[in-house]
Design a protein around this ligand. Structure first.
Ligand SMILES: NC(=O)c1ccc[n+]([C@@H]2O[C@H](COP(=O)([O-])OP(=O)(O)OC[C@H]3O[C@@H](n4cnc5c(N)ncnc54)[C@H](O)[C@@H]3O)[C@@H](O)[C@H]2O)c1
Ligand SMILES: [Fe+2]
Length: 407
């Protein structure tokens, strides 16, 4: 087993300002005003007529801010949506964009913010650190407690010429202002609460268990800098909050304390993973999601306990820290606490109604090899695992998740 290098190197890239708390949405208009008086608004259609959103529009009107709205937000973000949304703002020349919705709306806005400053095909920017220019300022207001997109440097898009979804990752895509108002998540149905919340827990646990890197400070820093103390503080805070409240928010969507904890946890997890990076669960979810057309969080959540199991030999101490974050009173050796963390996470996935196995998700046994092979092809995620991931280990994760049962 390779000795872990110290978790001493770290980078923190985040919005200039992060507003968190019930009612924080009233700070949208003042935040917009700092960037100018013309605004492109990308809003999930679900909220278009909601009293909260209408109030936001009124406060923009009151301040004399000129805006245009685009609400045709398609989940899993198809590439052509970016062109259609950008065309909607032509002639307005917005000074800034506002995204109001889940990860799909925020990712769309990130790419429109890029599209409006360049006519190059977006495919030129797929990958890491390839944008290299300032994009339009974005104010992001999430309505799901999950992706963390309001604080992250990545936008995920479905390009019909690629079998798997692709990402554009560059710190210039980080929204300038994130306004996280947990009240906006109160209406999310249990399935969305479950899939987005467990994905946030996966962001936190994968970023805390990622590889250790020594950064070469003289070069452009990678987007994913591996597990490090700076980001692990956010990850462990996220694990505590989500562990305490995800099941409660799933069972009772009106539980305001649980919603607040989930929103807090998801945003913290976003900061952690945007800087440290995620790894195996996310790598396997890409082909899994493409094959089964299932939501991102269903896959990352179902896989999470099996990924933790695979990390055990390399990450006992950090998984033990996950255990203590989940249950502060937890006692025992590091190994016992790490084991308890795995069962606890598996218990959460069951309590929020995730499928018990890949088989239950509709995967055929004959498709397992293809899933493993395609996962191994996603170098930026596979390379961020705490060990050299190969066909054998990823195969074990996928086969165990296929059968289901105790991880
Ligand atoms: N950029 C990132 O950092 C990042 C990270 C993880 C995932 N993603 C991407 O984000 C997308 C998923 O985002 P998501 O999980 O937030 O869901 P989403 O934005 O796709 O929304 C899913 C559904 O939930 C509805 N919805 C959203 N908020 C609601 C609310 N409060 N009440 C009722 N309904 C509501 C939407 O109308 C939509 O029908 C995927 O495309 C995924 O690839 C991005
Ligand atoms: Fe995710």
């Amino acid at each position: 087993m390779p000795a872990p290098v110290s978790m001493g190197h770290g980078v923190l890239r985040a919005p200039d300002a992060l507003h968190f708390g019930e009612g924080a949405r009233v700070s949208i208009a003042p935040a917009v005003e700092k960037f100018g008086r013309r605004l492109g608004v990308i809003v999930d259609a679900f909220f278009l007529d909601s009293p909260e959103f209408l109030e936001v529009l009124k406060s923009l009107d009151d301040r004399g801010i000129e805006y245009r709205t685009f609400s045709d937000v398609v989940p899993e973000l198809p590439l052509d949506s970016v062109e259609i949304a950008a065309a909607r703002f032509s002639g307005l020349e917005p000074d800034a964009l506002l995204a109001y919705g889940g990860g799909s709306a925020i990712d769309l806005a990130k790419l429109v913010a890029l599209r409006l400053v360049t006519s190059e095909p977006l495919a030129e920017f797929y990958g890491e650190n390839r944008v290299g220019r300032t994009v339009l300022p974005l104010i992001a207001v999430p309505t799901t407690a999950g992706t963390g997109s309001e604080v992250t440097s990545v936008a995920v898009v479905s390009d019909p010429s690629h079998a798997l979804k692709v990402g554009i990752s560059d710190p210039v895509l980080i929204p300038r202002v994130a306004i996280v108002d947990p009240e906006l998540t109160l209406g999310a149905p249990p399935s969305i609460t479950a899939y987005s919340g467990i994905d946030a827990l996966a962001h936190a646990i994968e970023s805390h268990t990622a590889r250790d890197m020594r950064l070469d400070w003289s070069k452009t820093l990678p987007v994913a800098t591996g597990a490090n103390r700076l980001n692990s503080g956010f990850a462990l805070g996220a694990i505590g909050a989500l562990g305490a409240s995800l099941v409660d928010a799933y069972r009772d969507g009106g539980d305001r304390a649980a919603r607040r904890n989930n929103a807090y946890g998801a945003t913290l997890a976003g900061i952690a993973f945007s800087n440290a990076g995620v790894h195996l669960g996310h790598a396997v979810q890409y082909p899994l999601g493409a094959l089964t057309k299932t939501p991102h969080g269903m896959g990352t959540g179902l896989l999470l306990p099996y990924v933790m199991r695979a990390c055990m030999p390399w990450r006992v101490e950090r998984l033990a820290e996950v255990g203590t974050a989940l249950v502060p009173a937890m006692t025992g050796t590091a190994e016992e606490r790490a084991e308890a963390a795995i069962s606890r996470v598996a218990g959460i996935t069951r309590a929020i109604g995730l499928p018990r196995s890949l088989r239950e998700m509709g995967v055929a046994k004959s498709q397992l090899d293809e899933i493993v092979e395609k996962s191994l092809g996603i170098a930026r995620l596979i390379g961020n695992a705490p060990f050299e991931a190969n066909t054998e280990i990823v195969g074990e994760i996928v086969r165990n998740a296929y059968v289901g049962g105790a991880p």
